[in-house]
Design a protein around this ligand. Structure first.
Ligand code: TEU
Ligand code: CA
Length: 563
């Protein structure tokens, strides 16, 4: 496999609104990110993805962009952005922006002009169709955030426009070459500025199966999940390759796609040697137990299901390329609250278990992508009233849960398990008021557990989750192990054994064995050979006796084996 500059780095997602606030308005900002660059360097991060900071009404927290060429004043100025790029560069940290081009904001100039003159140039930038009250909509697709994907075009009672997400996020018409040209110019403008590349939002959705038509309804509302349409849509890769040719490839930019629902045969075309992206996220674990009914029907993830999903992704990318390995992001609950059995984070083994989960994910082949707060073991938060929930997706799922017959209390439980707010509570820097995130009132309340879970407390504790992540990152950078940690092939070890997740990482010269005792109980785990060295473990040592590892509850270890 051809080595790329980004392969051996550790990546880190910043959700700027919740990272660090420097002007006491309760909203994290670019100056806050700049002030934490030393921190990121100390952690060992080499690549940062910034969630959107462009001008936006924040109907979907910045994923609704009203001007791609401006920084939203809430986040700072273009000077701040330039300084961030410069200062990050000095620390050998490359910065990647979020590219949100399936849709823009309904407050973008393009959409305003489309409303003024739906039959003119900008009308063709969107999907606008005739519609009379009482008639069926052009199709019965359900928006990701609930309700039909069609809304009335402002100012025109006889027209509707398409939005796969919120109604304030009108879909851009990628079939129109003028739209594509405008998008490519914008991308190049940012690349010229020195951003290293992009995380590419919701990109599979840019190709619609046309003409619009109904699919079988999958809920009482008579609507149909967009998944059916995505399955049928052909040709997304033509758009993506054109985009890559016109932009990324000219700059050797790093790109990571947010790709759900790709077809198996397409994987090499996305992330192979000549793929349209450098890499994409592995969502195999994220989508376990997801279905069209919604969050309330989603069962908890078992260790066996988690393991199987990871191994399947490793298998399918073995000869193809790199995926980005995550346990969470800004759209998902906290990984430790989701993938560890219920109660673990409240129990005596919380720290050990968090490290084990992090270690198992981090050591997989691919690019490890941490989400802010993961490195200190941040957990889901709780909210008791739906009015206090910010996430538009959670508010919709609350309604869906009630409609499915759940009580308001049960529906709130569902929201608490899955709300995107879980990941969006402010970063817990220290034990002072508001976790040191702001000296004002945070836009979203801080998780009340910040007095015990915070960076300050973990920095000086050699046994903390944070110091464990640092050790993982250091191992990936260690010249003696880098080749194997980055490129070594993954082979499951004892995959049938319940509550054990173990795998080899093998290069020509080394064999590492990664072991996680995925349970509350001790376990005797047979070893396939002699252990040269324990490179890392989560409990201050692990008991290796001859060919057996006597693992304590939630024990994790990376063993350098006699090949
Ligand atoms: O998410 C796209 C997306 O498809 C998600 O809504 C996904 O279906 C869901 O999280 C699965 O659990 C991206 C952004 O990451 C998200 O924050 C935005 O709301 C969305 O696009 C619209 O831009
Ligand atoms: Ca601020």
């Amino acid at each position: 496999m051809e080595h790329k500059w980004w392969h051996s780095r550790t990546a880190y997602q910043i959700y700027p609104k919740s990272f660090c606030d420097t002007n006491a308005d309760g909203i994290g900002d670019l100056r806050g990110v700049i002030s934490k660059l030393d921190y990121l360097q100390e952690l060992g991060v080499g690549l940062v993805w910034l969630s959107p900071i462009y001008a936006s009404p924040l109907a979907d927290q910045g994923y609704d962009i009203s001007d791609y060429y401006r920084i939203d004043p809430r986040f700072g100025t273009m000077d701040d952005m330039d300084e961030l790029l410069r200062e990050a560069g000095r620390r050998d940290i490359r910065v990647v922006m979020d590219l949100v081009v399936n849709h823009c904001s309904d407050e973008h100039e393009w959409f305003r002009k489309a409303c003024e003159d739906p039959y003119g140039k900008y009308g063709r930038y969107f999907y606008i169709r005739k519609h009379q009250d009482g008639d069926p909509l052009p199709c019965n697709w359900r928006s990701y955030f609930g309700g039909p994907v069609w809304s009335k075009l402002p100012g025109h009672d006889d027209l509707v426009y398409l939005h796969l997400f919120h109604r304030k996020q009108p879909d851009l018409n990628w079939e129109n070459p003028e739209v594509r040209r405008d998008i490519y110019s914008m991308i190049n403008w940012w690349l010229e500025k020195g951003v290293a590349g992009f995380r590419i939002d919701a990109i599979i959705n840019i190709k619609k199966a046309l003409p619009f038509r109904d699919y079988p309804a999958d809920r009482e509302d008579g609507l149909s999940s967009v998944d059916h349409m995505l399955f049928e849509a052909k040709g997304v890769l033509d758009f993506l390759n054109e985009m890559a040719d016109e932009t990324f490839r000219k700059y050797d930019a790093f790109t990571v796609g947010e790709v759900f629902n790709e077809k198996p045969e397409e994987l090499p075309l996305f992330i192979g040697e000549r793929g349209c992206f450098s890499t994409m996220f592995d969502f195999a674990e994220t989508v376990i137990n997801q279905g069209p009914e919604g969050w309330h029907a989603q069962k908890p993830v078992t260790p066996e299901a988690y393991k199987a999903a990871c191994f399947e992704s490793q298998r399918k990318t073995r000869d193809t390329g790199f995926l980005c390995n995550i346990i969470e992001n800004h759209d998902e609950p906290r990984g430790v609250s989701r993938y560890l059995p219920a109660g673990t984070c409240e129990g005596p083994y919380a720290v050990a278990a968090k490290k084990m989960l992090g270690g198992l994910n981090f050591m997989l082949r691919g690019l490890p992508f941490l989400y802010q707060g993961q490195e200190i073991g941040m957990e889901n938060t709780r909210c008791s009233r739906i009015e206090d929930v910010d996430d538009i997706s959670a508010r919709d799922q609350y309604r869906v849960s009630l409609e499915a017959g759940l009580s308001p209390e049960e529906a709130m439980e569902v929201v608490n398990r899955f709300s995107r707010d879980n990941a969006r509570t402010p970063f817990q820097w220290d034990a002072s008021d508001n976790a040191g995130f702001t000296s004002g009132t945070p836009w979203l309340p801080v998780n009340p557990n910040y007095r015990t879970i915070n960076l300050d407390a973990q920095r000086n504790d050699p046994d903390s989750v944070w110091n464990f992540y640092r050790a993982l990152i250091a191992l990936r950078r260690n010249p003696d192990y880098r080749e194997t940690a980055v490129y070594g092939q993954t082979t499951p070890y004892l995959p049938e054994r319940k509550n054990l997740m173990a795998y080899f990482r093998r290069s020509d010269t080394q064999t590492l064995l990664v072991i996680g005792n995925f349970q509350d109980a001790e376990a005797e785990i047979p070893l396939p050979g002699a252990v040269r060295r324990v490179l890392l473990d989560n409990l201050n040592g692990c008991a290796v006796e001859a060919r057996t590892l006597r693992a304590r509850p939630w024990q994790f270890a990376v063993l350098d084996m006699d090949a």
